[in-house]
Design a protein around this ligand. Structure first.
Ligand code: 5GP
Length: 194
């Protein structure tokens, strides 16, 4: 998606060979026009899939997911990372190791919100080692739901998550795929000549 790629080039800060900071439009301040465009693009790619629910993880997955949910006219559920006194139903849970924070935490979705009749589209902001996506897949499967695919805003294709998921037969659609963050430069996958 060209508008996203040019936003990454102008606004993204390469923190290391592995980490990209996009706090000015996705992870802290949010660009609503870009979110709307991204939501529409996810909806376009999965429009034939008879999606009934979108599942993401708080907090940065929520903005693009909400726009996709609006376009597909389905509810959005975000897995909670923190214990909450109001989250009292029976829960589906999964352990997720955070690539950026280096800690493992439990994510949870209340049982009434997903069931065996659902066809779920999972969406997240970044795909690195695939831990967050695997946790959301695990929760969907515990609920007996079918997962139609995974939509990712920024896939770091030099990390193994995307390939691992595709090798498991999961459809992964990424709006921008980064080949490398070396030397402080963002290189997208399409730009690499083979
Ligand atoms: P994974 O679970 O695929 O290893 O990592 C994905 C999660 O880690 C995303 O939900 C995102 O919050 C975070 N993440 C991974 N890599 C990056 C990165 O380069 N930049 C930012 N801002 N977040 C990242």
């Amino acid at each position: 998606m060209e508008s996203l790629k040019s936003m990454i080039q102008t606004e993204g800060k390469v923190l290391s060979n592995e980490v990209l900071k996009v706090d000015s439009f996705l992870n802290h301040q949010i660009d609503p026009v870009l979110m709307k465009e991204m939501g529409e693009e996810f909806a376009r790619r999965f429009e034939k899939e008879k999606i009934t629910k979108i599942l993401t993880i708080e907090s940065s997955g929520i903005a693009p997911s909400l726009m996709a949910a609006l376009k597909l006219d389905v509810p959005l559920i975000f897995a909670r990372k923190r214990q909450s006194l109001t989250l009292t139903e029976n829960l589906y849970t999964a352990d997720v190791h955070s690539f950026t924070k280096g800690v493992t935490s439990k994510i949870a979705v209340a049982m009434p919100f997903i069931d065996r009749n659902d066809r779920v589209l999972i969406i997240d902001d970044f795909l690195a080692n695939g831990q967050a996506a695997l946790g959301l897949l695990d929760i969907s499967r515990q609920a007996g739901a079918e997962v139609a695919g995974i939509g990712i805003v920024i896939e770091k294709a030099f990390q193994p998550g995307g390939n691992d998921l595709r090798q498991q037969g999961v459809r992964v659609e990424s709006l921008a795929r980064i080949q490398s963050l070396e030397d402080g430069r963002v290189v997208f996958k399409e730009e690499v000549s083979v």
